[in-house]
Design a protein around this ligand. Structure first.
Ligand SMILES: NC(=O)c1ccc[n+]([C@@H]2O[C@H](COP(=O)([O-])OP(=O)(O)OC[C@H]3O[C@@H](n4cnc5c(N)ncnc54)[C@H](OP(=O)(O)O)[C@@H]3O)[C@@H](O)[C@H]2O)c1
Length: 237
């Protein structure tokens, strides 16, 4: 169904995994879609040719570059901020530079992108940031830095929803549990530990997360804002 006909969408971090599924879904729902990629040029070109979406190279930690990509879109209806990194390990041992890079991509980038996106968004625009159930629950060691980045998104969403509500712009996060991507393959070494925390013991597929995003940017959710939408097989229950 072309529920997003005549809408202009931008997905930050769309070359692989959840982001690529979001690009596919928004494009097939009728939105004129642009997405960014950082390192995966080949995936990005392939996705662009399959979906008719436009691919642009831009590092989500580069505030000026992302600001320029957003400015080039003109009046936006939908902004999905998906780009994210996962750095796990003993905090006493992991490289602090890697942690800082993750904070840049997962927190600093999304905040500035959401603000820049809202600056030129049409009335009734939609901003969705991909968080994680780990913003609510981090049930194993080694995930403190990642969890802090995803908890930060929760505060960002609550505050920005109030900042932009008078223009009818909604701001929400989608909080996946384990999803089968390069970041967290369904047959990876952590799978049994992760499934042990879940009511439905399987990884989600990226298209299932894209479905939640499509709902939040679609015609039925103009009153849904400032909220975290968890899709996690009960990981956080
Ligand atoms: N998979 C899970 O279990 C899971 C669970 C909860 C939340 N999440 C969240 O969902 C989001 C997507 O995760 P995923 O599993 O799809 O990860 P993924 O398979 O590793 O893909 C990450 C995507 O983000 C892009 N990206 C990363 N750093 C970037 C940067 N600096 N600039 C621009 N793009 C960048 C990558 O682009 P390039 O390859 O082009 O660099 C790629 O398209 C992340 O925010 C992640 O934290 C994932």
């Amino acid at each position: 169904m072309a529920t997003l006909m005549n809408k202009r969408a931008l997905v930050l971090g769309g070359s692989r995994g959840i982001g690529a599924a979001i690009v596919e879904r928004l494009a097939s729902d009728g939105a004129a879609t642009t997405f960014t990629y950082n390192r995966s040029a080949e995936n990005a070109m392939d996705l662009a040719s399959r979906t008719n979406a436009k691919a642009v190279q831009a590092d989500s930690s580069d505030r000026v570059a992302i600001s320029q990509v957003i400015a080039e879109q003109g009046a936006l209806d939908i902004l999905v901020i998906n780009a994210g990194l996962l750095v796990m390990g003993n905090p006493l041992e992991i490289n602090p530079e890697d942690v800082d890079r993750m904070i840049d991509v997962n927190v600093r980038g999304p905040y500035h992108a959401a603000v820049d996106g809202a600056r030129q968004m049409n009335e009734g625009g939609r901003i969705v940031i991909i968080g994680s159930v780990n913003g609510d629950r981090m049930p194993f060691a080694g995930g403190s830095a990642y969890a802090l980045t995803k908890s930060a998104i929760q505060g960002m969403v609550r505050g920005l929803a109030r900042d932009f509500g008078d223009r009818g712009i909604t701001v929400n996060s989608v909080q996946p549990g384990p999803v089968n991507t390069d970041m967290n393959p369904a047959d990876g070494p952590m799978k049994d530990a992760m499934h042990s925390f879940m009511a439905i013991k399987r990884h989600a597929e990226p298209a299932e997360i894209a479905g939640m995003v499509a709902y939040l940017v679609g015609p039925e959710t103009s009153i849904v804002t400032g909220a975290q939408h968890t899709i996690d097989g009960g990981f956080g229950a």
